[in-house]
Design a protein around this ligand. Structure first.
Ligand SMILES: [Cu+2]
Length: 766
């Protein structure tokens, strides 16, 4: 009865009886939006991600060509996605009726059968029936990387389990006495289990290691394993391809370090050991709920009215989706998703003009602090762990409003044998911002004017292990674009809380369990094309000057800005400094349409939203691999061999990262060039008890805005139909829509007809 609730909310229940007609509806495939099957029936555009059938063709082709087999000593495919053709070919096709570029896939192949084993990327084409492949550049010069930089995948897991099982055999008594649990075969009924945190380089002798932590036994009454860590962690050196040659190099138990399972077992066997005073206290009864979404004891707020206001579309949907192309009130964009770094949009146009060629998420970093192995030595690059491969089915009415339409996503990643179809993993919806975009009440001249603010959102939610990234691209009626990420999901908790940590690393959420201080940082690529590809950065630096009115004596500081075109890439970079506010504006210095009616350069301004600074020193140790975090904004000349500011392989060796944004910035002339902006936005997260069960989206926002800046002669929203003017001279105003909901129920009201979108309960396999 959702529609009754909606109508009642807007109108009051008394007029519900007057409703007779349903609101117009729009939809395909019975409201499920664009399914994988619908999409396969449409000729793919240059930006259309690979279909299930195309990915299967790539797997089959590479299976024959490279003799693939899922093992570390064989060649195997880690993942594959659409290789968007070179920009020059795409623009020639889109803008000049040139030939349609060949459709190809890029695949990550772990070449374990090579001598020495390496990691490579191959281009496979033409799709849908590939006949050839070639090894591709991974950065500007390399077509292969050392084996220790391989992405973590299912091929690593048997070796991990082998060593943990060997360790468990030695520590059986310790596990039983310290945790009341066992690990591996015969562990029932109190099985503890392991989670891997990350992989990394430790030394020349240990070029790759994986660190893991243990989780206490859970039963069905207690969801949320991430909040139940035991104070036990392990680092396993992963030297070479044969897991029998790997070894446990460090064990951490509640602040104590051991070089082997035998050393810990021997210490525990000593009846006078100080370790024996360390007692894990498990939650009991309703305390078990702390990591779950289950109902709490006690009254529920809003019990009698458990559903709040709901929006509906009285004239039906105002956006359309064709293939992967979304259109809405003058906006057009192509929606995609890369299994590594996540959602990506292409050829974003407003009122017919291309504004952005590529707007893509590049990296999702989380850098932790603590005094154990996992907290102290983890900087996650979540592209490695598959932000795009972890987009999940969205829940209609919760993740996206009841007016949303959905798109399926298909990914191949983490060494999966077959593509994964993520049903309804991207949603598209329009919403009322419940604030006027423009408004004024004029008491002196007796009028009111306003334009309502509506926004179109393209949303995907990525659940990367414990964390949830809600990735939005918002488009406003005035031409503004807003990429935004909100974070939720479980924090990475630390087992083995000690009181001093309250003042240093994180507060407890439960007995023995605390959160860990960390920095989130998201990096985006923005390939702006303002009135063509040749753009410059007009940097606006805000400052003050002393001004005196002649003859009046008083001297005051007043505001000014210095607008200056940046000559070189380096000048465009912004490292946030509250005492030197700067706003870069993309402009076109040449061309027939580059000035607005008032003679100003038409442009788009970059506006940061979450201003912070990555504290890990640039270029020092792991900082070398975090170049994407060095600037809040920097523009460089676009190059096909500088496609991304980060790469998944950096995870395994940040200090020797194969892609570093700082190397793109080399003093090159940046005026009248095809420019790309590399943007980062972050937040510091000190976990607290309110992070249980999960981190709230309420205040955890990251992002930026791209704002029209003298691009139009006046505000671009003034042509919207839901513009309102009320004054005494114009009785025909405002337009009927303003009162449609309340004044003439029979004529303008309708019963919302929301699509029935069901949740499949087909849980993703990985
Ligand atoms: Cu966080």
């Amino acid at each position: 009865m959702a529609f009754i609730v909606a109508v009642a909310t807007l109108l009051g229940a008394s007029v519900v009886a007057a409703q007779t007609t349903r609101c117009p509806s729009w939809g395909v495939a019975n409201g499920q939006g664009v399914t994988e099957r619908d999409r396969a029936a449409v000729e793919p555009g240059v930006f259309t991600e690979l279909s299930d059938a195309e990915l299967r063709a790539v797997i089959a082709y590479l299976g024959r060509a490279l003799k693939t087999e899922p093992a570390l000593y064989r060649n195997f495919i880690h993942g594959a996605w659409l290789e968007v053709p070179p920009k020059s070919e795409v623009l020639n096709y889109l803008d000049n009726n040139g030939p349609k570029p060949q459709r190809r896939a890029r695949a990550i192949v772990v070449m374990g059968a090579s001598n020495p084993p390496v990691v490579q990327e191959v281009l496979v084409g033409p799709l849908p029936n590939p006949t050839q492949h070639s090894f591709a550049l991974i950065n500007r010069t390399a077509t292969s990387l050392p084996f220790n930089l391989r992405p973590h995948s299912g091929a690593d897991i048997p070796g991990q389990i082998y060593h943990l099982t060997s360790m468990a055999a030695v520590l059986k008594t310790f596990f039983r006495e310290a945790f009341g649990a066992a690990y591996g075969d015969g562990c029932e009924p109190n099985c503890m289990y392991d989670n891997y945190a990350t992989v990394g380089w430790l030394s020349d002798q240990i070029p790759r290691a994986v660190w893991l932590w243990f989780v206490r036994p859970l039963n069905t009454a207690s969801d949320g394993n991430f909040l139940h860590p035991l104070p036990l962690q392990v680092a396993i050196a992963q030297n070479g391809q044969n897991p029998e040659n790997w070894r446990i190099v460090k064990i951490w138990f509640w602040g104590n370090w051991f070089d082997s399972a035998e050393a810990l077992a021997a210490e525990w066997a000593n009846p006078n050991s100080k370790l024996r005073a360390l007692k894990v206290k498990y939650p009991t009864g309703s305390e078990m709920l702390y990591s779950a979404f289950k109902q709490r004891p006690g009254p529920r707020r809003g019990e009698r009215q458990p559903i709040g206001p709901i929006q509906f579309e009285p004239y039906g949907r105002r956006f359309t989706i064709t293939g992967n192309k979304v259109s809405w009130l003058g906006w057009e964009m192509n929606v995609g998703n890369k299994p590594t770094s996540g959602p990506r949009l292409w050829d974003i146009r407003f009122k017919g003009d291309r504004i952005v060629y590529e707007l893509s998420m590049q990296e999702e970093m989380a850098a932790y602090g603590g005094d154990d192995i996992v907290q102290s030595h983890t900087v996650f690059l979540d592209s490695h762990w598959g932000v795009g491969a972890s987009v999940r089915e969205l829940v209609h009415g919760v993740d996206c409003p009841l007016t949303a339409a959905y798109m399926d996503v298909v990914t191949l990643y983490k060494g999966m044998a077959a593509p994964v179809v993520h049903k309804n993993a991207i949603c598209v919806f329009e919403s009322d911002q419940n604030v006027a975009a423009l408004r004024h009440y004029d008491y002196a001249f007796k009028y009111y004017g306003a334009v309502k603010s509506h926004v179109l959102t393209v949303r995907a939610v990525s659940e990367v292990y414990n964390y949830d990234y809600i990735c939005d691209f918002n488009f406003y009626v005035d031409g503004t674009i807003e990429p935004r990420v909100q974070t939720s999901g479980y924090i990475q908790a630390a087992g083995g809380f000690r009181p001093y940590m309250r003042n240093k690393f994180g507060y407890p959420l439960m007995y023995n369990v605390s959160g860990s201080i960390h920095t989130h940082l998201i990096a985006w690529k923005v390939d702006m094309d303002i009135l063509g590809t040749r753009n410059s950065i007009n940097m606006h630096t805000i400052g003050l000057q002393k001004t005196t009115i002649p003859g009046l004596g008083l001297s005051v500081w007043n505001h000014k800005y210095d607008a200056k075109i940046c000559e070189k890439e380096d000048e465009t970079g912004i490292k946030y400094d509250a005492n030197k506010p700067q706003f870069p504006v993309f402009v076109s210095e040449n061309g027939p349409r580059n000035l607005n009616k008032w003679g100003s350069l038409r442009g788009y301004k970059f506006m940061p939203k979450s201003v912070m600074h990555n504290l890990i020193p640039e270029g020092e140790g792991w900082g070398a691999g975090l170049g994407f975090a060095n600037w809040g904004f920097i523009a460089t000349v676009r190059k096909d061999n500088e496609p991304d500011s980060s790469v998944i392989y950096s995870q395994a060796d940040l200090a020797h990262a194969p892609v570093r944004l700082q190397t793109f910035v080399d003093g090159e002339a940046a005026r009248n060039q095809d420019l790309v902006a590399w943007v980062s936005s972050g937040l510091y997260h000190i976990p607290i008890s309110e992070d249980a069960p999960v981190t709230p989206t309420v205040y955890n926002h990251l992002g930026f805005m791209l704002v029209p800046f003298n691009y139009h002669n006046e505000n671009a929203a003034m042509d919207m139909a839901d513009r309102f003017q009320i004054d005494d001279q114009a009785p025909e105003e405002p337009p009927v829509q303003l009162y449609a909901y309340t004044d003439q129920p029979n004529k303008y009201q309708c019963i919302p007809s929301f699509d029935k979108v069901t949740f499949s309960k087909v849980w993703d396999a990985n």
